[in-house]
Each structure stands twice: as structure tokens, then as C-alpha cells.
Unconditional design. Sequence first.
Length: 278
Amino acid sequence: MTIPTLTLNDGTTFPAITFGTYKLNGAAGVEAMKSALSVGYDALDSAFNYENEGAVGRAARNSGRDRKDLRIASKLPGRHHAYDEALATIEESLYRAQLDYYDLYYIHWPNPKQGKYVEAWKALIEAKKRGQIRSIAVCNFLPEHLERLEAETGVLPSINQIELHPYFPQDEMRKWNQDHGILTQAWSPLGRASDLLINPLLEKIAKRVGKGVGQVILRWHHQLGSVPIPKSATPERQIENMSIFDFTLTDEDMATIATLVRPNGRLKNQDPAVYEEF
């Protein structure tokens, strides 16, 4: 099964679906990631705060796949945004994973109370110059944060990874990203096992197209132009989640899904690794 490839604003390539690794740790995590790579995923999404960079690196090395064909990512935590700390943290991320470079490295979130995300961005730019990172990106950045990055460094990220699912479609943020050549990537694309998976409207669409509700949601992401990051430890579900490129949702389907938006659609139980303020 082949996943379509996208070209980012810096000329690097990236697959249209990514495998999430949050809470996949230790030997069991390595096996889950190796399984994902064996069934056809090319990208693993990790973070310093997930405490599994070592498992990610081992899975990549033991997968039997050529390193050049993989896209391995990690993220800088908010507590290490100071320039020198950021550079050291990137190096530590590489040491933990036992990798020579990361294909993508993100600022995990802007941590605006601390206000050092521009320093962190300059560190990512420097790490890219050193060959430690191939492409630099951010998570959970708003337009005001991105505008400041561009104003102070002249460099916009290749990707902005944000919370995105049918309850919280982020229309304005997605449009801003698109207008500025930034790819939108979606964390919690299925709403963190929410009642989305038993929504009657989605079930009706799924029945008509002969797919699962999760597949319909992930296809919705693809047709919006975002890259979803599903996660599963079982090979069957991993294959199911990536099997979204052989059908199309109609305009009516997309309009139906758009009605699911909620005024306060953010998830109540946020990923603590994303929103830490220390």
C-alpha cells in the first residue's frame, strides 16, 4: 500500500499520513512502531516529552527499511526554548534515538508566557544548517506567533501541527497555514476516541462508502489538505487507518461533516506533553 507524498515549502517531501507514537514506549512501543513501518507507514511522530525517542530510533533501525525512505520527527519542549538549551536538547534527542538527523523537528508549542519561542526557532534554524534536522516545524502556533517568526527570522515553518477533528475543524487556522505555504498536520485526528466514532451521520457515510467511521474521518482530513496522525498498536487497525486513499468523500459528505463543529470543540483532556508551561 502506497501513501501519497507531499512536497513541503522547503522542498522536502512528507507522506500524507503519519503514524503517532504518543504513549508507545519501551519494547512494546518498539514492536508497535516496527509493525506500522512494516505495513506501509513512512513517518513516525515523536517528541522529547513523550520519553520514547529511544524506542522510535530503535524501531527505525530495526525496521529493515532504508533510513532515507523514513520521516522521523521529534519536538522541542517548552521548558528548553532558550537558544543554547534548545540546541543541546536537539542533540540529546538525536543521542537518545541514535540517529544522525531528524527529518522533522518541531517547537512543541509557543509557550507564550515564557516568550522565548523565537529563540527556539533560531536554534532550529541553526540545527538545520548543521545537518541535524532536514525540515523545521511547529505545533499549536497561532497566526500571531507565526507572523513574529517570519518578521524576526524571515523563515516560516514547513508544518504547523494543530488539534484538528470534525468537532474542531480549525477553518481559519487551516486557511492561514495554506495561504502562507504551511502544511497543516492534525493531532488527535479522531478526537481522542471520542463519540465521533459512533456519530450517526458519520456511520451513515461510512456505510455508503463501505469503510469504517475512522477511515471516513481520516479521509476527511486528507480532503481538507491536512495530514492526520492516527495511532494504533495493532497491525489490523494500523492498516485500516492508512487505507483511505482508495475512495473519495462527496461534496455533500464534506458538508455533512462540517455540521458537526462544536462551539468549544477542543478536547477536555489535553495532551500534557503539548501544553506544559515549564
